[in-house]
Design a protein around this ligand. Structure first.
Ligand code: PLP
Length: 443
């Protein structure tokens, strides 16, 4: 009998006892190759000596200081490092303890910005279907995962959802990627106009979609067109890079490739690489200036924000990424990984799409390639694939089912950046074998 409240109440997860590099070990001595970095968290793998040393040194000096009394050296240094490497225009960092907290803080910052500049009538967010922004109530409100939202829908703040950028399912055969991106930006504009442009606070989107739809890379020009629409109506652009940021796609921020700078960006997961719970909001100067000229106070806060040990860990993670040239590695090995996945799975009759960038890949399953029909959600393929992969010594991140009745099952892969080409080949091989075993058994 366990006393821990696990998310699955009828069965407990396996007991992990150790992890090192690319490998986890459970209490029964079984080993697992980490192909998902937890949930796209571990960028440096497990047990990295530099990060552990930085955490030890910080604990010895100062483990905790409440931000109403003190700032700390690691918080200041981390913020400096993040702004040094951030897209141009970002000038301030608000440190929190995870992704949902970062999204909550960004939503509140955006709302308070408009209160400060005399536009309190802006109360509405626009976001996208098939997205995920976290599980707290504000983050759920902008999130577009129907299943996660359902029980809480009546108590969420108002948000309108437009189409995600999902070329495999939603780009028409008679349009180019650029035309598709333009069509989506027009849809956003229509939503802003429908809502009343003066009432919209922000458009919120994951730069590269992650958890809900299995890695949705934007088509070229989409985010530029979105940025233009937002600017036309004074609507802020919040890019959620909690999963896709911090090098996961081969650039530190995924929006670098899109040539846009958001007003607010959220980061977490890869920021601390799993060594400590930490997230952050990066803000453009105009947002912070409005608050400092106005009330002089951001009406928000949590007990553990700017935690010194978390900041020390994140700073060490970020320094190793730059010192070891891991962004360039993720770009080149990421392309090779894509090729390995296509080789191992591309011809499989139930693999509809393989898409991604850097060390962030999604494999979408279909019951039939021609019609792109998903499998019956009752088959619970994603759950079975996760189980089978674990039996084959692989940790991957499958999702599934019933999002807006459109999506089927998919598998998300987000290995640590330290993965060797041999590791990546092994991941592709074990995933192909796991998918094949489950699909054969189910059909
Ligand atoms: N935003 C995105 C894009 C995410 O993928 C996630 C988590 O998967 C979150 C926010 C929430 O982060 P956390 O689970 O750290 O609260």
């Amino acid at each position: 009998m366990t006393h821990v409240f696990h998310r699955h109440l009828r069965h407990a997860p396996k007991l992990a006892v150790a992890a090192s590099g690319m490998t986890f070990r459970d209490a029964e001595g079984r080993e697992y190759l980490d192909a998902s970095g937890g949930a796209a968290v571990s960028s440096l793998g497990h047990g990295h000596p530099d990060v552990i040393a930085a955490m030890h040194a910080q604990i010895d000096k100062l483990a905790y200081a409440h931000t109403s009394f003190f700032t700390s050296e690691p918080a200041e240094r981390l913020a400096d490092e993040l702004i040094r490497t951030a897209p141009q225009g970002m000038s301030h960092v608000y440190l929190v303890s995870g992704g949902s907290e970062a999204v909550e803080a960004a939503l509140k910052m955006a709302r308070q910005y408009f209160v400060e500049i005399g536009q309190p009538q802006r109360t509405h967010f626009i976001a996208r279907r098939q997205s995920y922004h976290g599980n707290t109530l504000g983050a759920l409100a902008v999130g577009g995962n129907a299943w996660r939202r359902a029980p809480f829908a009546p108590i969420l703040v108002p948000a309108t959802h437009v189409s995600p950028c999902y070329p495999y399912r939603e780009q028409r055969v008679d349009e180019t990627p650029e035309q598709y991106g333009r069509r989506l930006a027009d849809e956003l504009e229509a939503a802003i106009l429908g809502q009343g442009p003066d009432s919209v606070i922000a458009f919120v989107a994951e730069t590269v979609g992650g958890a809900t739809a299995g890695v949705l890379t934007p088509v070229p020009g989409y985010f530029k067109a979105v940025r233009e629409v937002c600017d036309r109506y004074g609507v802020l652009l919040i890019l959620d890079e909690v999963m896709c940021g911090m090098g996961r796609t081969g650039t530190l921020y995924a929006c670098e490739r899109e040539g846009v700078v958001p007003d607010l960006a959220t980061i977490a997961k890869g920021l601390g690489g799993g060594y400590q719970p930490i997230g952050a909001v990066l803000a453009q100067g105009k947002i912070v200036d409005a608050m400092s000229r106005g009330s002089g106070f951001f009406q928000h806060g949590h007990t553990y924000i700017g935690h010194p040990v978390a900041c020390a860990a994140a700073l060490a993670v970020q320094r190793v990424i730059h010192r070891d040239g891991l962004l360039a590695k993720v770009r080149s090995d990421g392309e090779a990984f894509g090729a390995m996945l296509r080789e191992a799975l591309g011809a499989h009759p139930n693999v509809g799409d393989i898409r991604g960038r850097g060390f962030f890949w999604g494999v979408e399953l279909v019951s039939e390639r021609a019609s792109k029909a998903p499998f019956d959600p009752a088959l619970n393929l994603h759950v079975r694939i996760k189980k089978e992969a674990m039996a084959q010594g692989l940790l991957c991140y499958p999702f599934g089912g019933t999002v807006d009745g459109k999506l089927g099952d998919h598998v998300l892969l987000a290995p640590p950046f330290i993965a060797s080409r041999g590791d990546l080949r092994e991941i592709a091989a074990r995933l192909a074998s796991s998918i094949d075993a489950v699909v054969r058994g189910a059909t």
